[in-house]
Design a protein around this ligand. Structure first.
Ligand code: C5P
Length: 243
């Protein structure tokens, strides 16, 4: 029985038409992918954890005035979000060297960066989301210079908020990725944080032990991804009900 119209199916989420115009239902799947979907698995419970964690982070952002797409959680797998046009960029903020930047620049993973570094990748799975500069973004019209000011400001505010929240529960925010949506309000457009914020899109290391509590556990076969995400959810007091 078709409940509603599917708008888009991505690697970790499916989007359905929402109950009101301008809304979307975001369904969190248990699918995990890495290396541009070369590595795949179904991790039971991941969707539930990411739904709850993304709700927690988005509500926190709303509380400090950072505009985002989250409206409300509908159930353990779904949340209602504002419909928006996704800017075709992945916005990455790094506090410590890791992953692709550590490799690209030959910096040891874990090295603290002199200041947060913001990078942009062009969202295109076929191309493997290549790193681009603001020159490419302006020349190809993916975002205007004014948009880029707003995107930088959103990214740094999210970084301050997330770093603080994670530090409070003994976790280092190494880096993360956000996506940005464009919404129209009358004659104006506004940029908001969209997609999800979860251990799928962040690097989170335990401050004491260095233990990885994010998707690198799956990428690098370091143990149970569910255990890692559950640990993050437990520390933040965001746990699925077991009964
Ligand atoms: O792989 P890389 O080091 O560039 O990733 C930086 C950060 O962005 C990591 O936290 C990673 O989980 C996130 N990311 C993501 N989706 C991508 C690429 C990176 O969530 N497609």
């Amino acid at each position: 029985m078709a409940r509603r119209k599917k708008i888009y199916e991505g690697k970790a989420k499916t989007l359905y038409e929402g109950p009101e115009p301008g809304t979307i239902v975001q369904y969190f799947k248990d699918d995990a992918t890495a290396f541009n979907a070369e590595k795949k698995a179904v991790i039971e419970g991941k969707g539930v954890l990411n739904n709850l964690l993304s709700e927690y982070f988005m509500l926190g952002l709303t509380n400090i005035g950072v505009p985002n797409h989250f409206l409300k959680r509908l159930n353990m797998r779904e949340q209602l979000v504002r419909s928006c046009e996704i800017v075709p960029l992945e916005v990455i903020v790094r506090n410590y060297a890791a992953g692709s930047m550590a490799k690209r620049l030959g910096i040891e993973e874990g090295t603290q960066l002199p200041r947060p570094i913001v990078e942009y990748c062009y969202k295109d799975d076929k191309l493997g989301d290549p790193l681009v500069t603001e020159e490419h973004i302006a020349a190809f019209g993916w975002a205007s210079p004014q948009d880029m000011d707003d995107i930088l400001s959103l990214a740094l505010r999210v970084n301050d908020f997330l770093s603080g929240v994670m530090y409070g529960v003994g976790i280092k925010l190494v880096d993360f990725k956000i996506e940005i949506g464009r919404v129209y309000e009358g004659d104006f457009q506004r940029l908001i944080v969209a997609d999800e914020i979860s251990p799928d899109s962040c690097r989170l290391w335990d401050i004491e032990t260095g233990q990885k509590l994010d998707k690198d556990v799956f990428r690098r076969d370091l143990g149970s991804l569910t255990d890692a995400y559950t640990e993050v959810a437990k520390r933040l007091g965001v746990m699925p009900k077991t009964s």
